[in-house]
Design a binder for this molecule. Structure first.
Ligand code: SF4
Length: 265
């Protein structure tokens, strides 16, 4: 893993994601190295994903200057790469940005796969408007280790959701992407545990076949689930209703737990 400390020219960028006005990404590259990640195609990044992280070490200073001029709006933190990936433990760029954002009390929305977010509960809880989404795509931590290798365990994420909720921070879960034939295994147990963690909103997303993703998925399947390759090819490259069926199933289970479920696709 190559860590590069870099200087950036801008901090906030306009966001096209629903409900967000700005995006803030303290790191480029991501140690979590999820097999389905399409950030390289979003960023047009040619370096090997998972093998480098650029740390934007001057980001807090640039952010402080920008906030003096920006109109108040909701800021998505970690919209492209995870702001709580392992490098954050050492560099604390995300935490410093939160401290600056709190001075202006901009609404913040963080999405992560890391329980490191709990380190910053003390700051997050002071915002007037704050929410945190944890991505969880399976209840099976052995499967999680295979396709999201450097992220927090499922149990750690569920625990993070519980603690965030106890601190009056609104939480949600992103079941995305749905990994065909993996996410659906014990999906009722996953949702039951999400409900127990006090979560009231779930967003479901399908597996997006952006450039380069299928090649990585195929290598992953060949190694761990070779029997699933024909099924994936069928789901991903032929006309079928697989993702709709899974979404409907998740919605039905959510109803039992009084959880609002929306789809991202
Ligand atoms: S956490 Fe997000 S940005 Fe990082 S590798 Fe996984 S999908 Fe990509």
């Amino acid at each position: 893993m190559k860590i590069n400390e870099i200087n950036c020219k801008t901090a906030l960028s306009a966001s096209r994601l629903p409900g967000l006005d700005y995006a803030l990404n303290p790191y480029r590259g991501c140690r979590h190295n999820c097999v389905y990640c399409y950030a390289p195609s979003v960023l047009n990044e040619k370096r090997s994903w998972g093998g480098f992280v650029d740390v934007k070490r001057n980001l807090p200073n640039i952010l402080a200057k920008e906030l003096k001029k920006k109109e108040k709006g909701r800021i998505g933190i970690g919209t492209v790469t995870d702001a709580y990936q392992p490098a954050e433990k050492k560099y604390g760029i995300t935490r410093r940005c939160l401290e600056i954002l709190l001075k202006h009390d901009f609404p913040v929305c963080v999405q992560t796969k890391s329980s490191l977010i709990l380190r910053d509960v003390d700051i997050l809880k002071k915002f007037s408007e704050k929410e945190v989404g944890l991505t969880i795509t399976t209840i099976d931590d052995e499967a999680r280790k295979k396709y999201e290798p450097s992220s927090s365990s499922v149990e750690e994420r569920l625990n993070a959701l519980r603690i965030l909720g106890e601190n009056s921070i609104r939480t949600w879960v992103f079941i995305g992407p749905v990994m065909p034939f993996i996410t659906e295994k014990n999906i009722d147990k996953l949702i039951e545990n999400i409900a127990k963690a006090g979560v009231k909103n779930i967003i479901v997303d399908r597996l997006n076949m952006k450039p380069g993703v299928w090649e990585k998925i195929k290598v992953f399947l060949s190694k761990h689930y070779p029997e699933l390759i024909p099924n994936y090819e069928n789901v991903l490259f032929t006309k079928n209703d697989y993702f709709e069926r899974i979404e409907n199933k998740i919605k039905m289970i959510c109803k039992e737990y009084d959880i609002k479920c929306e789809k991202a696709f």
